[in-house]
Design a protein around this ligand. Structure first.
Ligand SMILES: Cc1cc2nc3c(=O)[nH]c(=O)nc-3n(C[C@H](O)[C@H](O)[C@H](O)COP(=O)(O)OP(=O)(O)OC[C@H]3O[C@@H](n4cnc5c(N)ncnc54)[C@H](O)[C@@H]3O)c2cc1C
Length: 562
């Protein structure tokens, strides 16, 4: 089979990339190893026998990053069946003290909730969110461009965004102070603003979504996970995250693209130093005349899908640098999905069904969150007093379960490789027995807050970190493909020499969570990669014209005060 471009993996980034390439006139084939496309963006009926009609988001549920970029609008995904439902409230976190953190999309309403328990922290909360929102707005243009393409980045700035950036930069001392803030940890930053544990703990819980403990230096930026819930807001596709994938597949197919499932790529075909196609398990080859794009991480591409000599011929150091320099802290997720006869009731925390629309966080203290993320990095399971992130998706979208019934989504951070273990799946230590024991502890903890939970469980599905890694095909189960720490972001992601989606192998490109700006549902790596690919096919004259247009539109925007 032959096309202009072959894409390895039909995760949402592979599909976004395909859509832009098809719109630019290239023919594209996507090869997906699973029987369903979407990768970390699927909705599936996991318990068809015990709980028919209940559908579950197997990975991602809350979409914030995708609303920081133009993918949904540019690709007109609404026309292909995508409808976003916005959450409000956005976060609920009960505390053992009887207090609780309830965040609405409105900052003012959130401050009023906090003020019930701490008027000082309510005031500081507004300052905290204002700072991170201005910073976020100032750096959004960087997310939406290839990290080494200065012209593209500049082209994304208009007067408002420049103002936002300067408002956090200011004079020399303010710039130094901002750098210092970026070098601190989420915990340091929270201590600087707040007194109350009932507030600091959930904010630490969300900051740790970056995949590291709150005390991890250089990750104060995790605060944007809360800031984004206020603006642009937190939304979910109606019908589940899989509805995003479905809309992308509809679009790709309507443009003539092919999404072929049950096609596990095993080898990238190199001819005279150039990527010319791939071979899948079973032996079938797919040829690509213009390029091969990988939606999976660089480590697997260069260390597993290519011969040593082929990589060494292109870059003598690349294999060793991929092997040893890329950081992967051993943390991934044990996923629990339950079909429920009724929603959990948080009887000691002023229960209202609406509180469960957004993210339900179990974070009793910053210390508990710290252990939840530091223990996995040394191979221990933090289940003595579990902290985790839960959602009752059917509160916002009742279509995901039979009438009046509910679902429960829990992500519990856990090690991929358990210390000293050699048994279990892939020698990780994860057995069926162990995953169910850990799930029991997590459910027990949630039931301390919602005593009706256990009797309401109709059926449950538990996936261990090792199983999740096998399903996604992700290296050590890392759903961000590589860690999201500062030294692996922007033009360092995954390594400086392959950070602009191009690689030293002619015709071989990288996209997906392991490239800038990283993991989560954003579509940005897919869009940015498509831009680099299309640009690389253009003549020099066209490239100069594009630079001129980009500079002109930035200057026009600035002077018109747009
Ligand atoms: C439990 C969980 C909860 C999450 N919750 C959220 C959330 O609420 N919000 C959020 O924004 N993000 C969340 N994430 C992260 C998010 O799901 C991922 O970062 C994102 O889906 C990555 O998308 P991607 O397209 O870059 O890669 P992937 O989704 O990893 O896509 C890669 C694709 O390649 C395929 N593939 C792998 N190997 C091969 C091969 N050899 N041949 C062919 N195909 C192959 C895979 O099957 C997959 O379809 C969550 C992740 C997990 C695990």
């Amino acid at each position: 089979m032959h096309s202009d471009v072959v894409i390895i993996g039909a995760g949402h980034n592979g599909l976004v990339c395909a859509a832009y390439l098809l719109k630019a006139g290239y023919s594209v084939v996507l090869l997906e190893k699973r029987s369903v496309p979407g990768g970390g963006a699927t909705t599936e009926e996991l318990l068809p026998d015990e709980a028919p009609g209940f559908t579950f988001n197997r990975c991602a549920i809350d979409h914030e990053f995708i609303h920081l970029g133009p993918v949904v609008e540019e690709l007109e995904l609404g026309k292909y069946g995508l409808e976003y439902l916005y959450c409000d409230p956005v976060v609920f976190c009960p505390n053992p003290s009887g207090k609780y953190f309830l965040a609405h999309q409105s900052i003012e309403k959130t401050c009023a909730e906090i003020a019930q328990f701490s008027p000082r922290d309510a005031q500081k909360y507004a300052e905290f969110i204002d700072f991170w929102q201005r910073l976020l707005k100032g750096i959004i243009p960087v997310f939406n461009a290839p990290p080494k393409s200065v012209v593209d980045i500049l082209g994304n700035y208009d007067l408002h965004k420049i103002k936002d950036l300067f408002s956090v930069l200011g004079g020399p001392d303010q710039i130094l102070d901002l750098i210092r803030t970026m070098l601190t940890s989420a915990e340091d930053s929270l201590n600087e603003y707040f007194d109350s544990e009932f507030l600091k703990a959930p904010l630490a819980r969300l900051a740790s979504e970056m995949g590291a403990q709150p005390s991890q230096k250089n990750l104060a930026i995790g605060a944007i996970m809360m800031a984004m819930r206020h603006h642009p807001g937190m939304a979910r596709p109606k019908g589940g995250t899989g509805a995003l994938t479905k809309a992308l597949v509809n679009l790709v197919q309507s443009l003539g693209g092919q999404v072929l499932t049950d096609q596990s790529v095993e080898k990238i075909l190199i001819d005279d130093g150039r990527a010319v196609g791939v071979r899948v398990s079973g032996g079938q080859e797919y040829r690509a005349s213009k390029g091969v794009i990988s939606n999976i991480d660089a480590k697997r591409v260069f260390l597993q899908f290519m011969d040593t000599a082929e990589v060494d011929d292109a870059d003598q150091n690349l294999r060793e640098r991929l092997e040893r320099r890329i950081v992967n802290n051993n943390e991934t997720i044990l996923k629990i999905d339950c079909a429920l006869s009724e929603a959990p009731r948080f009887v000691n925390h002023n229960h209202q069904d609406d509180y469960l629309i957004g993210s339900v966080l179990i974070a009793d203290s910053v210390k508990q969150v710290e252990l939840a993320h530091s223990e996995p990095s040394i191979g221990r399971i933090p289940d003595a007093d579990p902290s985790f992130y839960a959602v009752v998706p059917t509160m916002l979208d009742p279509t995901m379960a039979p009438d009046g019934k509910h679902t429960l989504w829990i992500e519990f951070f856990a090690p991929y490789q358990i210390e000293n273990a050699q048994d279990g799946l892939k020698g990780t230590g994860w057995t069926d027995d162990l995953k169910h024991k850990v799930a029991d502890r997590v459910i027990d903890k949630l039931a301390e807050y919602a005593p009706n939970l256990k009797q309401s469980i109709i059926a449950r599905h538990v996936e261990s970190p090792a199983e999740l890694g096998e399903r996604l095909g992700a290296y050590k189960g890392n759903y961000y493909h590589i860690d999201m720490t500062l030294e692996q972001m922007v033009f360092f992601r995954p390594l400086p020499e392959i950070a602009n989606y191009k690689t030293p192998i002619d015709g071989l490109y990288l996209t997906g969570a392991g490239t800038h700006p990283g993991g989560s549902i954003s579509g940005m790596p897919g869009r940015n990669c498509a831009r680099v690919f299309i640009n690389s096919q253009q003549s020099v004259v066209q490239k100069i014209k594009d630079v001129r247009d980009s500079v002109k539109s930035t200057v026009d925007a600035m002077f018109k005060g747009k």
